[in-house]
Design a protein around this ligand. Structure first.
Ligand SMILES: C[S@@+](CC[C@H](N)C(=O)[O-])C[C@H]1O[C@@H](n2cnc3c(N)ncnc32)[C@H](O)[C@@H]1O
Length: 272
C-alpha cells in the first residue's frame, strides 16, 4: 500500500512537471511571437513616420540632442550660411566644428566674429561635453550702422548681458567674450596659443589677411584654423568679400574645403 502511494505521488509529480514544461513552452512561444509582432509593427510605424516627415530621430540629425540643436540654432542665430536646417534643427557646419573639437579635445580655442554666437556657443558646448577646453571669443560688436564693417553683425555684443546669453545652454564657464577688434585682442594677449581657431570677423581681403597673419603663428602644430565664407563673392552692404582671395593665396597642402552653400563655404587648414 505504502509502495502504491509512493508510486502514484511520483507519477503525479512527473505529470505535473511535464505539464509545467508544456505550459512554459506555450507561454514563451506565445510571448515571443507577441514580442516579434509588436516589434515589427513599431519598426514599420517608425519608418512610415520618418518617410512621411513626421518623425526626425535625433541620431539622424546631429551628434547632439534635438533640443540642444534647436537651442543652438534659435538662441544663437544659426543661419543658412552655415547650412543649418531650421525645421529639422540640423546644425550644418556647426556639426563639423563640434566634431573637430570633440575629437581634438583642445585646451584653447579662438573664435573671431559671430552675429549672436552660433559657432562660439556650439564650440563651448563641445568643450562642456569634453569636460575640457575654453573659448576666447572676440567680436568688435559692429552693427548695421557701420555698413563697411558689420559683415552682418547686429551690434549684439555691445548691448547684451553676454554671460546670461551663454548661460542659456549652460556654457558660460567655457567661454570668455572680448568685445574688441581682433588686432587689439592680439596685442593685449601676445602669449596666448591655440589648438583650434575659427575666423569669421572682418571679411574684406585686408581684414581677413590681417587675422591670418596675426593668428596663424599662435596655432600649435597639429592644430586647425578654419575660415567661414571662403567662396562668398561680391558685396555685403558696403563690404567687399575677400576671404576667397586669401584662400586662393595660402598654401593649402593640408586643407579641406566645403565650397557650399555658394554664398558662404568653409575652409579648414591643419598646421603640420
Ligand atoms: C556677424 S559675423 C558674420 C556672420 C557669421 N557668419 C555668423 O554666423 O554669425 C561678423 C562679426 O565680425 C565682427 N567683426 C568685424 N570685424 C571685426 C574685427 N576686425 N575684429 C573683431 N570682430 C570683427 C562684427 O562685429 C560681426 O559681429
Amino acid at each position: 500500500m505504502a509502495a502504491e502511494i509512493c508510486l502514484s505521488t511520483e507519477s503525479n509529480f512527473m505529470n505535473n512537471n511535464v505539464l509545467m514544461r508544456y505550459l512554459d513552452a506555450v507561454k514563451w512561444f506565445g510571448l515571443r511571437k507577441f514580442f516579434w509582432i509588436i516589434r515589427l509593427q513599431i519598426i514599420e510605424l517608425k519608418e512610415l513616420l520618418i518617410n512621411s516627415g513626421l518623425l526626425y530621430p535625433s541620431y539622424q540629425q546631429s551628434l547632439m540632442k534635438r533640443s540642444m540643436s534647436r537651442a543652438l540654432i534659435e538662441l544663437y542665430n544659426g543661419d543658412d550660411g552655415h547650412q543649418v536646417n531650421h525645421t529639422q534643427f540640423f546644425l550644418g557646419f556647426g556639426l563639423i566644428h563640434y566634431a573637430f573639437v570633440r575629437n581634438l579635445k583642445p585646451e584653447n580655442i579662438l573664435v573671431i566674429g559671430s552675429r549672436k554666437g552660433y559657432i562660439p556657443a556650439t564650440l563651448a558646448r563641445a568643450c562642456k561635453d569634453n569636460r575640457k577646453g575654453h573659448i576666447d571669443f572676440v567680436d568688435a560688436g559692429y552693427g548695421q550702422d557701420e555698413p563697411s564693417k558689420h559683415w552682418s553683425g547686429i551690434g549684439f555684443w555691445k548691448k547684451e548681458n553676454i554671460k546670461k546669453h551663454f548661460s542659456r545652454i549652460g556654457v558660460q564657464h567655457y567661454i570668455t567674450t572680448h568685445v574688441m577688434r581682433s588686432a587689439v585682442y592680439a596685442k593685449k594677449f601676445p602669449k596666448k596659443r591655440y589648438q583650434y581657431i575659427y575666423i569669421d570677423g572682418d571679411h574684406s581681403y585686408r581684414g581677413v589677411k590681417d587675422d591670418w597673419r596675426l593668428f596663424w603663428p599662435k596655432l600649435d602644430r597639429g592644430g586647425f584654423i578654419s575660415f567661414h565664407d571662403v567662396v562668398a563673392r561680391g558685396y555685403l552692404d558696403k563690404g567687399l568679400f575677400g576671404v576667397w582671395r586669401l584662400w586662393k593665396e595660402i598654401d593649402k597642402k593640408h586643407a579641406i574645403i566645403f565650397p557650399f552653400p555658394k554664398e558662404s563655404g568653409l575652409g579648414i587648414i591643419q598646421k603640420i
